[in-house]
Design a protein around this ligand. Structure first.
Ligand SMILES: Cc1cc2nc3c(=O)[nH]c(=O)nc-3n(C[C@H](O)[C@H](O)[C@H](O)COP(=O)(O)OP(=O)(O)OC[C@H]3O[C@@H](n4cnc5c(N)ncnc54)[C@H](O)[C@@H]3O)c2cc1C
Length: 410
């Protein structure tokens, strides 16, 4: 992330505190991640000690209120953490899932009692949290989830299953999106914290994935799980609203991961094309190589400017779902296209797992799928573009129906 002439001077990470954080993250990656990466990729999840070390260094509670063990910093510090870990090639989706998605839910919607119980341990890495929305039968259409939580007086009885849950296997607690008051007029989505080890809560083995191999993704099963009523986040039935409110942050984290990964892949490719020779020349001497990497650098800087602005807006609580959707879909599309171009310049070596470019390529694919697919992102943007039209159409249909009813009555 050092500025050179072809890189944007970035105000967002310019302070001394940002520089200190950058050094901490780089040291953490070098000492506590890189040496263990191969082991984690083989076992399908990263070791607990990596979480505890991240907690000790303050990387899990950057924006969390100091009252609960965090540093109380603004979002730009989290943004740097997410982007830099992704640039270095870390399993950053897992850290950001816990630190930038789960912790903010508990902090924002949890009762004082829940916050005191969970947040300090979440900041230290003792308790790692995951977020379970997707089910085997539904992902994009969140309102169609079937997991239910029935009110039994002092507890909820939870039944259902979830799939594709990031760090579902290694997390100690999970925020579960479920339907409360099923089949009653009050039916709605609620968010409930469910601890691993609770009777009736079981987990599948980590899936074998195309990429993100060191970050586990698994199924969760709930069979008559008794969850204390106080584990409800916010109000019953308001879960969908909370999820919609938090999605811009989740989508921005993906955009940050995308630009970080492209920055890392570009560095790897610039170095490789200077070393590798063909036809008695380094690969970088070919105009094709130069043009391709000029395109990658340009796309990266354009997206960096947009994503930086979105990070600022998030810090000011002004990031709209539409802008976050634009950042997520465009940056992740760019990530996939640009890393594919980089890999091509490695020739056959790019296809070998021991070359980091192969991992950047494999890890990139999911960015277009999770946190809402890129098609859903475009749907949200389009809905906003045509919002007046759809509103007028709805009003017209309503008026027509009312006229028809009146005519029938008359
Ligand atoms: C590695 C990984 C990690 C994940 N982590 C989590 C997690 O931690 N928590 C969690 O809850 N979920 C997680 N997910 C799930 C992820 O969010 C979903 O896979 C995603 O939202 C898509 O849902 P789906 O897989 O059911 O696809 P579907 O919803 O079945 O979509 C299939 C296809 O149809 C398209 N489509 C659907 N509806 C429309 C529409 N209205 N218009 C146009 N096209 C449409 C989609 O874009 C897609 O191309 C993860 C997934 C993966 C792969």
């Amino acid at each position: 992330m050092n500025n050179t002439k072809y890189q944007l001077p970035r105000k967002i990470y310019a302070s001394e505190e940002h520089q200190m954080l950058r050094e901490t993250i780089e040291a953490y990656y070098k000492q506590d991640v890189e040496p263990y990466r191969e082991k984690w990729e083989k076992q399908g999840y990263c070791d607990k000690k990596a979480w505890l070390k991240a907690g000790e260094l303050g990387l899990l509670g950057l924006t969390l209120d100091p009252e609960y063990g965090g540093s109380g910093l603004d979002f730009s510090f989290s943004a740097l953490n997410i982007e830099l870990l992704s640039e270095l090639g870390m399993v950053s989706p897992a850290i950001s899932m816990h630190a930038d998605i789960v912790i903010p839910y508990v902090e924002k919607y949890g009762s004082k009692q829940l916050k005191e119980k969970y947040l300090p341990k979440m900041a230290s890495g003792e308790i790692v949290g995951s977020l379970a929305m997707t089910e085997p039968s539904t992902g994009s259409d969140l309102q169609a989830i079937r997991t239910t939580a029935v009110d039994k007086g002092d507890h909820y009885l939870l039944n259902g299953s979830k799939t594709f849950i990031t760090i579902g296997y290694s997390s100690e607690t999970t925020i579960v999106a479920c339907k409360t008051n099923p089949r009653t007029p009050q039916e709605g989505i609620s968010l409930i914290l469910v601890d691993a080890g609770t009777e009736g809560f079981s987990k599948g083995q980590p899936f074998e994935k195309l990429g993100l191999k060191a970050s586990d993704t698994c199924e969760l099963f709930f069979e008559n799980v008794k969850v204390p009523k106080e584990n409800l986040l916010g109000e019953e039935g308001k879960g969908f609203i909370y999820l919609m409110q938090e999605l811009p942050r989740e989508r921005l984290t993906v955009a940050l991961q995308s630009i970080g990964a492209v920055r890392g892949a570009l560095k790897e490719t610039v170095a490789y094309t200077q070393e590798r020779t063909a036809f008695k020349q380094p690969i970088c001497a070919f105009q094709n190589t130069q043009f391709k990497l000029a395109e990658v650098a340009t796309q990266l800087e354009i997206h960096t400017a947009f994503v930086d602005r979105c990070s600022e807006l998030l810090s000011e609580h002004k990031l709209t779902p539409e802008l976050a959707s634009m950042a997520k879909y465009s940056a992740s599309d760019m990530q996939n296209k640009m890393i594919d171009e980089c890999l091509q310049l490695f020739g056959g070596y790019g296809y070998m797992w021991e070359y980091p470019i192969a991992r950047y390529w494999a890890d990139a694919r999911v960015s277009r799928i999770y946190a809402g697919t890129n098609e859903i992102m475009k749907l949200m943007i389009a809905r906003s573009i045509f919002s007046d039209y759809f509103r007028e159409m709805k009003a017209m249909m309503k008026a027509r129906k009312a006229k028809k009813m009146a005519a029938m009555k008359g």
